[in-house]
Design a protein around this ligand. Sequence first.
Ligand code: ADP
Ligand code: ZN
Length: 599
Amino acid sequence: MQNTLRKVFGFRQFRPNQESVVRAILEKRDVLAVMPTGGGKSLCYQLPAVLLPGTCMVISPLIALMKDQVDGARSNGIRAAFLNSSQSSDERDEVMHNLLSNSLDLLYVAPERFILSHFRETLSRVQLSMAVIDEAHCISEWGHDFRPDYLSLSDLVTLFPHTPVAAFTATATHRVQQDILDRLALRNPLIVRASFDRPNLIYDVCFKDNADAQMVALLKSNPGKAGIIYRTSRKSVSDTAAMLQAKGFRALPYHAGLSDTERKRNQEAFIRDEADVIVATIAFGMGIDKSNIRFVIHADLPKSIENYYQETGRAGRDGEPAECTLLFTQGDIPKLRFFIDSMVDETERARALGALSKVITFASSSVCRRKTLLDYFGESYSRQNCGSCDICLGTRELVDCTLQAQMVLSAMVRTEERFGAIHIVDIVTGSQNKKILDFGHDHLKTYGVGKGHDKKYWRRLIDELLAQQVIKKSEGLYPTLFLLPKAGRILKHEERIDMVRVLDKKKGQPHPIESDAPYDSQLFELLRSLRKQLADEQGIPPYVVFSDRTLHDMAAHLPRTAEAMLAVSGVGEIKLERYGRQFLRLIDRYGSDHSNQKS
Ligand code: ADP
Ligand code: ZN
């Protein structure tokens, strides 16, 4: 096992749980492995597939991903192929031929092929080392992407009584886990459930006051890095992508309203490092394996904690640090509520409301984000300070803002609770706009009393009053603010109110991860362009050639010999043979240029 891990995959150590899963499969035992994205699931079956005689059949719902998965396995010298509807019949015949002549370690197929009787007939004539069910939550109706085709997979254990079945999923809920076990009828399976903590992800929730400017700032602080921006509506996706393009960013939109060709083209450009940023609705993400996504921005509130976890989880699969930023304001809630209220199905509506209120709590509380996420999946996080979320990193203080709250509340009272947040802010800051003048609100006693603070301050304060249930927003698309009982007590000086002030928000630094040696960023960029060039020559995504982790390792240790190159994480024997020479030459040249410059 260790030998194969090193020689084929180029890794020195197993990640948590990989070893026990590999061992169980080698002992012909069924497995259910629940591991987070980036946990290293593919190695769990690819390694035994290399060691065991026969072919490992992987059932995967994502046809679009199969080619990348096969390219990835092949890049390590594993004999892999896929069968699906995107191939010509000649291509399929060739794969069948290889399958029947026992010259495949791995075969990826879609569930709809597994149903076909002639395919099952072929399978009965080949030696199957094991059957793998990838994205196993697709068999559960509780899973977020249920696939009716997956139900046929319950036949596996009866069709292949002596072949181990291994199911993998990154969906963390216990209900889905139990459903997978029941439906597949696994035989005394080894069940592993990895921690869902993603230590290399840095979580940050920011008060959303000007989403466009905030997104631009975030992109500027991540130049040339790959990232996803999630938005709720198709229109906001298109607008944001256009805004970013106009500012010179390599950004592309992705949503269900685009044509198939355009969606595919944009996704492909992102995967191949030709676009840095994809602006997307939640339609994006399932079909990508790209390991070097360095940031995810939620410019709107996600639908549920589960969604937030899955969407942010697409960052940093390679284990390198990645930033997850959520832009949040209470002001976004009415729009979401309005949408949910228009749902016809009552149970759906109740479920959506429940999920929304949990995300709101997540975003507005001052509890460690990591702890809240893990709590949600029933996992307790024991550290006091995670060291990589805005709550744990920020120095905060509570500031008494009773006086300012009274100004807002009294402006609301004097306008009979008939206006929304923007207008109230305009009153206290003394705006001269038409609506103010038309209503004569420039004559109010509270007009302009809050000039000492900018509008952003007042919007934050209103957010805080909403969060602390001092005031409430009416339903509907144009909500107005009204007072709750607590407001009366604040106005009468019977109660005070504090607002959290973030003093200095340090940049997140994730806790120590596999390798965190400082690396030469100039060399890293050169290695990155060489990777891109080689990937293009072979028509494969850059991250399949080498991961960001591997390039960082090279830029930290500057390997000069084949042996030193093999010690780099992610360089196995086949990759050394294929790419070693070019990377060594680049590092060598860079090294001598640098020593010349220094002397
Ligand atoms: P998952 O399918 O669970 O999301 P992957 O199988 O795509 O995860 O693996 C994520 C990344 O981790 C890949 O870049 C892979 O090469 C890397 N990886 C897997 N196992 C190890 C290991 N033992 N050591 C270092 N890197 C690993
Ligand atoms: Zn924290």
